[in-house]
Write a protein that binds this ligand. Structure first.
Ligand code: GDP
Ligand code: IMO
Ligand code: MG
Length: 426
């Protein structure tokens, strides 16, 4: 049993991180988001209800669990207040929510700049969620961002007025419409008052919780292949979703991380632009999309669909140091005659076992597959590994072999109850 565990998206996002975080949260004392913002869309289903969270950690439904928005996040305060209000209306009080005073704030100008930057890129656009993520992290690194501590401070109106003037210049330079300064300042002042009670030194809080033996769960957003350092650059997000981002984005030191659980879809999806070697740009891809309702939680865009890519997940296992895999959406693969798993690529006649750095190389990689027989029986009500049809067990075992990491959990439906544990995390 471990004291701390990280839930990591191990492909291109939307692997089912929300579902597993929520499942594990029941036993966790603290749940922490450590990067990203409301570009994330995490779906949680229990008691016949579906919840969609973008900023708030998936442990919010348990009143005794502390839910932290870590310093590595970029937070849109208007959307955070909306998310809090929606949860309150459903009976979840949110007084177990804590916001890092060091997290950066996403303002309206970041969203405008995200849109203008994308327009400028034309055919080379990233396909961002247009939530202002890139521009907010750009400001952070350029050392001109505003943090939560600044946002709730008394001199915020003065500081923000100056910032707005500079940002309006940037917007006008890119052909956009300037924001009305007074109106914008007033709007954010109101929201700052609402959020102030939640803002605190979460680094201290988290380290004290750890010292007191509390169980801590980190909820990654996005996925390893969208990581700014390890992903398919430039078709990535602007943060570090991979496990290395945990210490940076939360303030809990590296030596305190016990388990790194890779959340892995039984096939592959991707939203937005960028290379995707195993993509099924055909009827089969469309069929899987409809069976699994593969449409973005945040942007509603249809997700691109492909076969399981063993190179992607092996790479992910390596950069994240995965200790186990939670294999998701296995039920979606029921009913197919054959299933394919990509084991390596061929690039210019040579076998490639990992992801090449250059996009032009990666785009030319041709996947090499092994073909496995499918299964026809419904697996939605399965409660143990041995109850699975033989071919479903073989599919899981093949993934374990190709990736080199044990499948410690798997999921056969969106509901919390449709989760099968092979090795306990907490
Ligand atoms: P996240 O961003 O990683 O939290 O994933 P999303 O919530 O964006 O997308 C995952 C989708 O798959 C959601 O609609 C979930 O309800 C759904 N889901 C999760 N696990 C399973 C599963 O095992 N089977 C099926 N059919 N759906 C699942
Ligand atoms: P969750 O946490 C899937 C993708 C966008 C785009 C790229 C950059 O739900 O798995 P950004 O707005 O971050 O600058 O967009 O990253 N992207 C996601 N794709 N799931 C997500 O989050 C994503 N968050 C960002 O589609 O390709
Ligand atoms: Mg999602």
């Amino acid at each position: 049993m471990s004291q701390t565990a990280v839930v990591i998206g191990s492909q291109w996002g939307d692997e089912g991180k929300g579902k597993i975080t929520n499942y594990l949260s029941e036993k966790a004392d603290v749940v922490v988001r450590y990067q990203g913002g409301d570009n994330a869309g995490h779906t949680i289903c229990f008691n016949n209800t579906t919840y969609k969270l973008h900023l708030i950690p998936s442990g919010i439904f348990y009143p005794k669990t502390m839910n932290i928005l870590g310093n590595g996040m970029v937070i849109n305060p208007l959307n955070l207040v909306n998310e809090i209000n929606e949860l309150k209306a459903l009976g979840f009080k949110c007084d177990n929510l804590y916001i890092s005073d060091r997290a950066h704030v996403i303002f309206e100008y970041h969203l405008i700049l995200d849109e203008l930057n994308e327009n400028k890129l034309g055919n080379n656009k990233i396909g961002t969620t247009k939530k202002g993520i890139g521009p907010a992290y750009t400001d952070k690194v350029a050392r001109i961002g505003l943090r939560m501590a600044d946002f709730v401070a008394d001199d915020f109106p003065k500081v923000f007025t100056e910032k707005l003037k500079q940002k309006n210049d940037d917007i006008i330079n890119l052909g956009g419409k300037a924001l009305e300064i007074e109106k914008t300042v007033l709007k954010y002042q109101e929201v700052a008052l609402i959020l102030k009670p939640y803002v605190t030194d979460t680094i201290l809080l988290l380290n004290e919780a750890h010292a007191n033996g509390k169980k801590i769960l980190f909820e990654g957003a996005q996925g390893a292949l969208l990581d700014i350092d390890f992903g398919t650059y430039p078709y990535v997000t602007s943060s570090n979703p991979s496990s290395g981002g945990v210490a940076i984005g939360s303030g809990l030191g590296l030596t305190k991380i016990d388990e790194v659980l890779g959340i892995v879809k039984a096939y592959t999806t991707r939203v937005g632009e960028g290379p995707f070697p195993t993509e099924l740009n055909n009827e089969l891809g469309n069929t899987i999309r409809e069976i699994a309702h593969e449409y973005g939680t945040t942007t509603k865009r249809p997700r691109r669909i492909g076969w399981f890519d063993g190179v992607v997940v092996r790479y992910s296992a390596m950069i994240n140091g995965l200790t186990g895999i939670s294999l998701m959406l296995l039920d979606v693969l029921t009913g197919f005659d054959e299933l394919k798993i990509c084991v390596n690529y061929t690039l210019d006649g040579k076998v490639v076992k990992t992801i090449p750095a250059r996009l032009s190389d990666y785009s030319r990689c041709i996947p090499n597959y092994i073909t496995l027989p499918g299964w026809k029986e419904s697996i939605k009500d399965v409660k143990t590994f041995t109850e699975l049809p033989l071919n479903a067990r073989k599919y899981i075992e093949t993934i374990e072999e190709v990736v080199g990491v044990p499948v410690v959990m798997f999921s056969v439906g969106p509901d919390k109850l449709q989760t099968i544990i092979r090795k306990e995390i907490f």
